[in-house]
Design a protein around this ligand. Structure first.
Ligand code: ATP
Length: 225
């Protein structure tokens, strides 16, 4: 059984179809790059997989449970317990320090402050931002914030991390650092990873590339050629 299995998803924003019979499966521990033209539905799919958006039709099985019919609070709880998310512009709490932001999911899941703090600091150290761990998130650079967002997505050892253009707002050096960190940390923890990217080099580092077009996952042209 796949860890994630989305089947025949349909979702429209008013008259605009974003997903049109979209299906995707992700195995436990598998790392998948998702590419496709702007507007092809990548973000919408990721948000459905993470249970943030509810499709108009279709199923999103996560570890054997269809998340679509679940209440918003149950989807939030499942996301907190089993998933990590990183979005393009991060979404850290600006008034909290980087360390406090990273600690949040672990603390919400009942980890003691001391243990959550030491895990957060170890991750931030590994990501090269230990020196700014105590700075408020609103006062650090985009690259530093994005590395903290990666740490926050992984601190509670989720089964899957969804990353939506996590490096889109970063320069090349920071983009590489953030992606390397995502790939490395998910690899070591055994988490699956689905990352939306426009960068073919990133895709080349992952287990599988899927492309989206017109609200559907298609096979990439030329695979195996
Ligand atoms: N909140 C929204 N309201 C209305 N239409 C939306 C909304 N979000 C997305 N859309 C539309 O849904 C379609 C799919 O958008 P989506 O953001 O999922 O694509 P994407 O592949 O992630 O694009 P990009 O690479 O530009 O981020 C597009 O036609 C887009 O304009």
């Amino acid at each position: 059984m796949s860890l994630v299995a989305a089947h025949d998803l349909r979702l429209s924003y008013g008259d605009t179809p974003a997903l049109d019979g979209c299906s995707l499966s992700v195995e436990a521990g598998e790392r998948v790059a998702m590419m496709g033209p702007s507007g092809s539905g990548k973000s919408t799919l990721l948000h459905c997989l993470a249970g943030v958006l509810r499709p108009d039709a279709g199923t999103v099985m996560f570890d054997g449970v269809d998340v679509v019919p679940l209440s918003e609070s149950r989807r939030s709880r499942l996301r907190l317990e089993r998933m990590g998310v990183v979005f393009q512009f991060g979404d850290l709490v600006p008034e909290l320090s980087l360390a406090e932001n990273v600690m949040l999911p672990a603390q919400l899941l009942g980890m003691s402050s001391a243990r959550a703090r030491s895990r957060a600091l170890a991750l931030l150290d590994e990501l090269g931002v230990a020196d700014v761990a105590h700075r408020r998130a609103g006062t650090v650079s985009g690259g530093q914030a994005q590395r903290a967002a990666v740490a926050r997505a992984i601190v509670h050892e989720p089964a899957v991390v969804y990353a939506d253009e996590p490096t889109g707002s970063l320069d090349t050096v920071n983009a590489e650092l953030v992606l390397d960190a995502l790939v490395d940390l998910t690899g070591r923890s055994g988490a699956a990873l689905v990352v939306v990217t426009h960068d073919h080099q990133v895709a080349a580092h992952l287990d599988r590339l899927v492309t989206m077009r017109d609200g559907r996952v298609t096979q990439p042209a030329g695979v195996g050629a």
